[in-house]
Design a protein around this ligand. Structure first.
Ligand code: URA
Ligand code: CA
Length: 448
């Protein structure tokens, strides 16, 4: 195929054929199309968009550019994917809880990206934990215990690996069809048949506005419908870190604290984890509706089955299950520095992306692909948006590798927070649900 004519057609805003789209994805995976031609087409797609049919074809072509798992896990393989957040540890809470309820959680997760954390990095703070395993063992583990969380294998959607790296350096990340096909190609290839998407919105999100988040969610739900997969997207707030803990070992500790019932059940992190988990159970047909699903999950949280399931998963993945009883085994940072509230005032906003980068610069994330991360570092927020802060009270505890890094983090965290004299409302957690029936706005229902 003459690839220049494909670029030419998209440049003019025309709809590409499935054959042209397959040449694009295939050429990205096998190296037969040059970087500069792929980059030109990516920019043409970024500027002129794609129809749902084109996006569906691109998603399937990217998925089929590598291995396609068709796993027999003894139930509907269900997955959850977040578009990326800060202090967002829902996976480590909901995967064991959903499995304890009888769901089959087949999860391939990513590493941290930019200011956002990644489940695979977090899991590596559990001593001995294997985050890669042969596909056969991965599927067998899900069949036998109901959940397994591993990193994406190199054979999974290789077209996306090349295109994502090119998008990163050609200002073409922020494109709905490119994001939708990138995320979903990996989910389709890993064999998920029911997918709950957690599309973040707010100052820490890939899509900062609700309108853009709904557009992305809608595109992904429609691709699911056109490809025979069930997809529900939840738009959730990322105006501040979801959990209070930000950093790899710290976030695993918070997940274990939640599953050990050391935290209140209405903790925002727990509420979002239970809400997403309830959608996973209904979408995969384990529960008949959201209320039943929520009751099942709460029971498994309260009777300790969720924590036991996490323990089982850690054992199957070679990790030390004693971390579930003693979170100090996850490792602790040498320097802990308290940041005090600077004045009597309400915390009314955070620049959540800046908070994520503050953790990254402490060593919790990578600035370049080769960086080695420090699993122990990060910070624990003691206040949320809407809270009153009394001058001198603890605002945040920084867990750092050394004093210099703790001081820099303190400055960066304070710069990312906005205080006000007047009372302000807490940040919104669940904003909307997008599924085949359209968009549903969710009120501030304390039940969720
Ligand atoms: N996450 C992905 O996997 N791909 C994107 O394009 C954006 C976020
Ligand atoms: Ca993530």
């Amino acid at each position: 195929m003459d690839f220049v004519s494909v670029i030419e057609r998209k440049k003019r805003g025309e709809e590409l054929t499935n054959e042209e789209i397959r040449a694009f994805a295939g050429g990205a995976a096998d190296g037969s199309v040059k970087d500069y031609q792929l980059a030109a087409l990516l920019m043409a797609i970024r500027l002129n968009g794609m129809t749902d049919r084109e996006t569906r074809d691109l998603t399937l072509a990217m998925a089929e550019s590598g291995d396609m798992l068709d796993p027999d896990v003894g139930g509907v393989p269900v997955d959850k994917h977040s578009t990326g957040g800060v202090g967002d540890t829902t996976t480590l809470i909901l995967a064991p809880l959903v499995a304890a309820c009888g769901g089959k959680v087949l999860k391939m997760s990513g590493r941290g990206l930019g200011h956002t954390g990644g489940t695979i990095d977090k899991m590596e703070s559990i001593p001995g934990m294997r985050v890669t395993m042969p596909e056969e063992e991965f599927v067998r583990t899900v069949r036998e215990i109901g959940c397994c969380v591993v990193g994406q294998s190199a054979q999974l959607a290789p077209a996306d690996k090349r295109l994502y790296a090119l998008r990163d350096v050609t200002a073409t990340v922020d494109s709905v069809p490119l994001i939708a096909s990138s995320i979903l190609s990996k989910k389709f290839a890993s064999g998920a048949r029911a997918i709950v998407l957690d599309v973040k919105t707010g100052s820490g999100a890939l899509m900062p506005t609700e309108e853009d988040s709904i557009a992305l969610a809608g595109a992904m739900v429609r691709i699911g419908a056109l490809s025979g997969r069930k997809i529900t997207a939840v738009i959730s707030g990322m105006e501040e870190p979801l959990g209070s803990h930000v950093g790899n070992a710290l976030e695993v500790k918070e997940a274990i604290d939640v599953l050990s019932r050391r935290c209140p059940e209405d903790l925002p992190l727990t509420r979002v984890a239970l809400y997403l988990g309830a959608h996973m159970l209904t979408l995969s047909g384990v529960a008949k509706d959201l209320d039943c699903a929520r009751a099942m999950l709460l029971e498994k949280l309260r009777d300790g089955s969720g924590l036991n399931k996490l323990r089982e998963m850690i054992v199957r993945q070679g990790g030390d299950p004693r971390v579930c009883d003693d979170t100090a085994l996850l490792g602790t940072a040498p320097v802990v520095r308290e940041i005090l509230c600077p004045a009597d005032a309400y915390l009314c906003a955070t620049d959540c992306t800046r908070l994520g980068y503050a953790a990254q610069r402490m060593g919790a994330g990578r600035a370049s692909k080769e960086d080695v991360i420090d699993l122990r570092v990060g910070f624990v927020m003691k206040k949320r948006i809407g809270d009153f802060c009394r001058r001198g009270e603890s605002l945040c505890a920084v867990h750092a590798a050394d004093e210099a890094s703790a001081l820099r983090a303190e400055r960066e965290i304070l710069e990312a927070l906005t205080f006000a004299d007047e009372k302000c409302p807490p940040s919104r957690l669940i904003w909307d649900v997008v599924d085949e029936n359209g968009v549903r706005r969710i009120g501030e229902d304390r039940q969720i």
